[in-house]
Design a protein around this ligand. Sequence first.
Ligand SMILES: Cc1cc2nc3c(=O)[nH]c(=O)nc-3n(C[C@H](O)[C@H](O)[C@H](O)COP(=O)(O)OP(=O)(O)OC[C@H]3O[C@@H](n4cnc5c(N)ncnc54)[C@H](O)[C@@H]3O)c2cc1C
Length: 382
Amino acid sequence: MNSYDLVIIGGGISGIWTAYIAASIGKKVVLVESGLLGSGGTGRCAGIHTTQLALEIDVKLSKRSLELYDEFADKYDFEEIRNKCGFLSIEESWMAKESSKMLSNLGVTHSLLSSDELREFVPGIIIRDSELGVYTPHDIIIDISLLYQAIRKVLKNLNVDIYEYTTVKSVEKDDRVIKSIKSDGSTEFNGEHYVFAAGAWNKTLINRLGIWQLPTTIYVCQALTFSKPANMKIIPLYFQDSHIYMRPEGATRLVIGNGYAKIIEDPDSYPNRAEPEYIEDLAEKICDRFVDPSEIKVISGWSGPCSTTPDGYPVLGRIPGFDNAYIFDGLNGYGIMRAPAMAELLVHALVRDAWKELPTTFDPSRFNGLRNYEPRVIELHS
Ligand SMILES: Cc1cc2nc3c(=O)[nH]c(=O)nc-3n(C[C@H](O)[C@H](O)[C@H](O)COP(=O)(O)OP(=O)(O)OC[C@H]3O[C@@H](n4cnc5c(N)ncnc54)[C@H](O)[C@@H]3O)c2cc1C
């Protein structure tokens, strides 16, 4: 049997960052992943990392995560994992002023652009006179496949054992302690601590193992790729009125999506492709915003599973009833922005047994005894 300080289930953004932070401080870690690392929601995301989020706690997490991506890229010389292209949010002026106030209070570098300045900044986009832009120059786009290439190398150097195509199927436990977990291939992992970072799959897994009733809602998020003229300058941006985001993908493509969420029971049942109605709806809305909509055309689309809690806040910490099992979930459509900072909080709390230092809003026990809850997805963008 293999013995570890930390057994992490799931190789998405939450699992890899937990593994990296724990291994960086000398912990012996194993990462157990059903498919390839990054083959869950993380490998299907748009890679946008902005500090322009509606909740203060999310702005703080996103700001810290940004620092962690920077530290990682600088330390291991993986500059290319992120593109420092900034992020622009186009909002009704009263809302932009509110957003700006919050960003100032939280120390986020940004500037407020008038509608005329916006028209110069993003020339192909229709800007209304009533709108202002909030620009955060330090925001980034993460290149997910390069991030995984980098993290794989770093985790190996830090002696993290990585088991891919290994699905956790059973657990040996007594009253309050998990003793070991077993995979479908009967590999047994023995750890001092167990972190469940299986994203949208946590709910059924934890329930099936008889550990806890995790009250998350699973939903599908979709995104589309459009073609654009190579000379059209686009930076990552967000339209507050339609909740649509877009970012460049190379010189001639755009990735476009929104917060539209379709609730599903089984995370494996996500449709892979984008639905025709979604494509139609998004294409129509986005065309309203281009000076010359004939220049952009849908190329393809995809979808992936996400999970959210009943109150929209993540769930991070010790699983009620267990001394050595932890949940890291409910990242919504914000996993890239939330996960590194949350992984740091989790590992530090775990090492120092300092659970009171975690935000109470993330405390898993807030859902204790909750049996009936409305499955709903909470839109967190401003
Ligand atoms: C279309 C789309 C666009 C998005 N865009 C963005 C964006 O721009 N910015 C952003 O911040 N977020 C975005 N998101 C959200 C982001 O993808 C998620 O918040 C994030 O990926 C969740 O990470 P995770 O580690 O919790 O879960 P996952 O990435 O899903 O990782 C969980 C892993 O656990 C594994 N697993 C499951 N069951 C088991 C088991 N029994 N044993 C072992 N392993 C198991 C799975 O294979 C999976 O790899 C987007 C999501 C989608 C779908």
